[in-house]
Design a protein around this ligand. Structure first.
Ligand SMILES: [Zn+2]
Length: 254
């Protein structure tokens, strides 16, 4: 066991990661294991990464807390807080192999919570009044929670394109690193827009300050002006550089 851990530590450190002693447990791959909110399991020879039960439970608890904490807030505020939470969670789990099953479950659970919340908020009103007040028919969905022009988003992630790593690539082989990196870059591009996407392509995904890969460009990439706005620089693409949000010590190009 210790030898496995040692080998794993070396393997990870070559990739800039480390093994946390207290979080490490070694388990049978058929049983599966939980890691970073996912359950990994080998089923009939296929390696699956699913959102773990614990992660779903935490997510639903967060939603519950938001409903509780905003019980008296304007409903539009409640909806935008729920939406932000759901989007963030889906973003993290967008490639999980069980995302299609999870969304129906989460939406149904959230509906029940909001129904209880509405009944409590309007004790003297009946079910039909409540349905009319907060739920609208949009397309073929008769139950879209809405108020003040805000609409609750669904956990439906089916419309997102899912780019999967080709099965023949062994992800833990160093010689495949470049292929994996290219694949991963393509995946990031799906979630970038506008100038960020253009610069990301020009800079090949590298940070303009430290020249290392930006792992989460959607959240962690920031723009820098080559010639500062105060010195007459513009927002044109040619005057912008993409960098890690933590790489602030940017020397101006001369
Ligand atoms: Zn950097």
């Amino acid at each position: 066991m210790e030898r496995v851990k040692l080998a794993l530590s070396e393997f990870l450190s070559e990739r800039g990661l480390e093994l946390s002693e207290e979080k490490t447990s070694i388990s049978n791959i058929e049983e599966g294991f939980d890691f970073l909110g996912w359950t990994f399991r080998k089923l009939k020879g296929t390696f699956l990464g699913k959102i773990s039960r614990k992660s779903i439970k935490n997510h639903l608890n967060n939603l519950k807390a938001i409903i509780k904490d905003n019980g008296n807030a304007p409903v539009g505020v409640l909806i935008s807080k729920l939406n932000r939470n759901i989007s963030g969670w889906l973003n993290y789990h967008r490639c999980a192999s069980n995302i299609w099953k999870v969304w129906g479950f989460c939406d149904h659970w959230l509906f029940k919570q909001l129904w209880l919340w509405a009944r409590k908020r309007h004790r003297s009103k009946g079910a039909i009044w409540i349905k009319r007040r907060y739920w609208k028919t949009i397309g073929n969905n008769n139950w879209v929670f809405n108020a003040d022009g805000a609409y609750l988003r669904s956990h439906d992630a089916r419309k997102r394109r899912i780019l999967r790593l080709p099965a023949e690539i062994k992800i833990f082989r160093l010689e495949n690193q470049e292929r994996i990196q290219n694949f991963w870059k393509r995946k990031q591009e799906m979630f970038l827009r506008g100038d960020k996407l253009k610069l990301w392509r020009i800079q090949k995904g590298l940070c303009a300050v430290c020249n290392k890969l930006i792992y989460d460009p959607q959240d962690k990439a920031r723009f820098d002006h080559v010639v500062p706005l105060t010195a007459g620089g513009t927002d044109a693409l040619s005057n912008l550089r993409l960098r890690h949000s933590h790489c602030r010590l940017y020397k101006k190009a001369t």
